[in-house]
Structures are given as structure tokens and as C-alpha cells.
Design a protein around this ligand. Structure first.
Ligand SMILES: [Zn+2]
Ligand SMILES: [Zn+2]
Ligand SMILES: [Zn+2]
Length: 283
């Protein structure tokens, strides 16, 4: 499986769109891995995860032909993960694509997330009945076929108004990913599912909005200590081992030590790698 991070920041990006804090100033000055656009990833060049406003920029930067991508998982409705107005660019006059089954863009997420997309599409007379975009609500803890993958949504601990899911994604060769954005340290129900699921994870991408802050006082996101606790628990449960890649991702300028050069050193000590925009992994 080939996994690529396209965007790795929280809502405001790093540097934040209207900010001159120290972190944002340093990020602007140093650039490279400290420039983080809004959250998105792609698996094997064909399964998108999330659709933020930066999708268009990502497609140009990383050479992704969005007209050929057929499947997109939505984690939740916050704007750094979902910008439905750009989906309206698939309508006649804005796109050469039609409404055939082969050309349809298939979206998946919680029923609340799909309702949010539909409410925007319907304003442009582009709701799912027209065939340009298909909206597929998924049930938590159920296996779903999404293109060439099995996808299992799990409940996130995050703003409930944003209808959040995290996702287990498994390919035909058995390679298995947990994409855990955005969420707090997982709920007991998620841990019970993971205990019984009979899976072994090759890659775990973990919310780290708060960076290396010692105490995570913000419900709905994690810090480095939470990420390290998840890693240890996965290994002790036998659903991960020394080959499993654990990665901190989804950073905010409000977090502590979130600049790549600082955070990646701290994370490495805990057996965790650090995402950056464009990072590619193969496992
Ligand atoms: Zn987010
Ligand atoms: Zn800032
Ligand atoms: Zn969010």
C-alpha cells in the first residue's frame, strides 16, 4: 500500500492564515516541512481521505488527476476536512465529466457528514439523484466495500456537531491502516472493537493537534503523550508490532513544539514518526 499525506495541518494551517505568532513566523521563514496545508491523504493514488479547500492545490502540487479519483472518505465536516462547495465544480459547464456510473465521484462518511454535503450540492442542483456525486452513509463498526478496500468507521471523540469518524482501511493484500483524525484518545468502545477485531495494523496515523504540550487539556484532539500511549497499547494488545509505523499528524500552531525540527526529535524518542505535507510511505 502506498500512503501519501497531502495536507497535515489543523483548520488554520501552519503558518496560520492570519497569524504572526512565533511558530507561524518561524514556519514562514524556514518553509519546507514547516508549511502545513489542511488535512488530506491519498492511498495508492485512488482513495482520497477528506476534501478540504486545499484539495485543488494538492492536486496540482502532487500531480493528482482528480477526475480519475473515484472514492473519497470524509472524516467529519470541519472545514479543514470538508469543503463541499468545490464539489459543485463537477457540474455541467464547470467539468467535462458526466453523470455516468464510471464518472461518478463516490463519497463516504457518517450520515451527518453526507447530509452536510448534500445540503450544499442541492443548492447547486447537484444532489445525488443527478449521478455526478454519490453519497454513501456508513455505519460505525461495520465493514464496507469502498473501491478496492474494506473500510470500517469507528467513533471519534471530537466535536459531535461535525459528525466525526476515524477509519480502519484494509487493502486486498491485507495491509491495514488506522486513520485517526480528528479525535481525542480513543473511547472504551473503540478499544473494545480493536481488542476483538483480529487485525494487525501496518500504519497508524494519529491526531497530534496539541503537539508536545505536557498536559492535554483540550477534549477532541491529542498530544504526543496520547500518541505514545496509543502506540504502547496497540503493541501490548498484539495489534501492532515493531514493524508498524506510528505517525503523529494534524498539527496546529497552538500546539507546543510543533515545528518539524523540534517535534520530530521528541516523537522519535517514543518510536513515532512525524508527518509533513507530501510525505509518502509504502508498506
Ligand atoms: Zn482537523
Ligand atoms: Zn500562529
Ligand atoms: Zn475537526
Amino acid at each position: 500500500m502506498k500512503f501519501q499525506y497531502l495536507g497535515t495541518a489543523a483548520a488554520e494551517g501552519i503558518p496560520a492564515i492570519f497569524c504572526e505568532c512565533d511558530t507561524c513566523k518561524k514556519a514562514r521563514a524556514s518553509a519546507k516541512k514547516n508549511i502545513r496545508t489542511r488535512s488530506q491523504a491519498i492511498i495508492d493514488g485512488k482513495l482520497l481521505i477528506d476534501f478540504p479547500a486545499d484539495t485543488y492545490y494538492h492536486s496540482l502540487l502532487y500531480g493528482i488527476d482528480l477526475a480519475k479519483v473515484k472514492h473519497c472518505l470524509i472524516t467529519h465536516t470541519h472545514s479543514d476536512h470538508l469543503y463541499p462547495k468545490d464539489l459543485c465544480m463537477r457540474r455541467p459547464g464547470f467539468s467535462s465529466l458526466g453523470a455516468t456510473e464510471e464518472e461518478c465521484f463516490n463519497m463516504y462518511g457518517s450520515s451527518g457528514a453526507m447530509l452536510e454535503v448534500n445540503s450544499v450540492l442541492s443548492k447547486y442542483d447537484l444532489d445525488e439523484k443527478r449521478g455526478y456525486i454519490s453519497l454513501n452513509p456508513l455505519e460505525a463498526y461495520c465493514e464496507n466495500r469502498v473501491g478496492d478496500y474494506i473500510v470500517i468507521p469507528l467513533e471519534a471523540i471530537h466535536d459531535v456537531r461535525a459528525c466525526p469518524y476515524i477509519y480502519i482501511i484494509k487493502d486486498n493484500a491485507g495491509k491495514t491502516v488506522l486513520y485517526a483524525h480528528d479525535t481525542n484518545y480513543f473511547s472504551d468502545k473503540v478499544w473494545e472493537y480493536l481488542e476483538k477485531c483480529d487485525l494487525r495494523f501496518d500504519f497508524v496515523s494519529m491526531d497530534c493537534t496539541n503537539g508536545a504540550v505536557p498536559e492535554n487539556g483540550y477534549i477532541g484532539h491529542m498530544n504526543l503523550n496520547d500518541n505514545a500511549a496509543i502506540r504502547e497499547r496497540f503493541i501490548s494488545m498484539g495489534i501492532a508490532d515493531e514493524k508498524t509505523i506510528f505517525c503523529s499528524n494534524h498539527f496546529s500552531h497552538n500546539g507546543v513544539s510543533v515545528l518539524y525540527e523540534e517535534y520530530s526529535v521528541l516523537a522519535k524518542e517514543k518510536g513515532i514518526i512525524t508527518s509533513f505535507d507530501g510525505m509518502e510511505l509504502e508498506f
